[in-house]
Design a protein around this ligand. Structure first.
Ligand code: PMT
Length: 225
């Protein structure tokens, strides 16, 4: 039985991958299964927190005792995170968020042209939710945690991302077509804004989730009341 060291806390976790619609039948998406985010949500609930899990396109069953909010796109994820973060002690962004979305949504299915050409899809930037909530904390002392999904120069890119995003902790993990995405295991280094770096060896996503909460715990603001 887990120690209820997150009792009295409201924790927000995002999980899964956003999908950016092109037309009624197509979207731009990514390979996130939501397993890492769900492991975080379940572990926080087991440690006594009230948990809001904002999920994007995972198809996973709702974890017991967790409030689940379902969204589809990055813009919808931003709205849901800002709303839930209002009274949250910590926000963890494990979702894989599309950095770009199609500039236009075609209301009918995009057709092949007779001349054999292919359409050009113009993209626009999506909001950077993690950078926004880190810069503009809903509550003083709110702890903000991001993930960095990297394919090359994993640690160096992670360190730069920590600076850029301005969060308190950044969980750096390597990803590939079959690496981390959809897997039961993960391997990471958790970078902290105070310069400490905590390697987490290859193992179940549940074990990484526990380490994240162990690192969040001493950074939480004192419980009020
Ligand atoms: O879901 P699984 O199959 O279990 O896989 C887990 C995972 C690989 C998805 C997860 O461990 C992970 O790395 N999640 C973050 C994926 C991601 O979007 O990484 P990024 O390096 O592109 O983004 C960095 C951080 O900024 C993330 O916390 C992301 O949520 C956030 N972000 C990114 C873009 C954006 N527009 N807004 C954001 O808030």
């Amino acid at each position: 039985v887990a120690t209820p060291d997150l009792a009295g806390r409201h924790i927000v976790v995002s999980a899964g991958g956003t999908r950016e619609p092109l037309d009624p039948v197509r979207y731009l998406g990514n390979r996130s299964s939501g397993k890492q985010g769900y492991a975080l949500a379940k572990a926080a609930a087991a440690r006594g927190a009230r948990v809001t899990l904002i999920e994007a396109n995972t198809g996973l069953p709702d974890p017991a005792g967790v409030d689940v909010v379902r969204i589809g796109t990055a813009v919808q994820l931003r709205e849901a995170v800002l709303k839930a973060a209002g009274d949250a002690d910590a926000v963890v962004m494990a979702a894989a968020v599309a950095d770009f979305r199609p500039a236009e949504y075609a209301t009918g299915k995009i057709k092949k042209s007779d001349d054999g050409g292919a359409p050009t899809i113009t993209l626009v930037r999506n909001p950077d939710i993690l950078a926004e909530i880190s810069a503009d904390r809903a509550l003083p002392g709110q702890v903000v945690v991001g993930f960095a999904a990297e394919t090359d120069d994993v640690l160096a890119n992670g360190r730069k991302k920590l600076q850029r995003k301005g969060c308190d902790l950044l969980v750096v993990n390597e990803v590939g077509e079959r690496k981390t995405f959809g897997a039961e295991e993960n391997e990471a280094v958790v970078l902290a804004a105070d310069g400490t770096e905590t390697p987490v060896p290859y193992g179940p996503k549940e074990a990484l989730a526990e380490t994240v909460w162990d690192l969040v715990l001493p950074r939480l603001r004192p419980l009020s009341g």
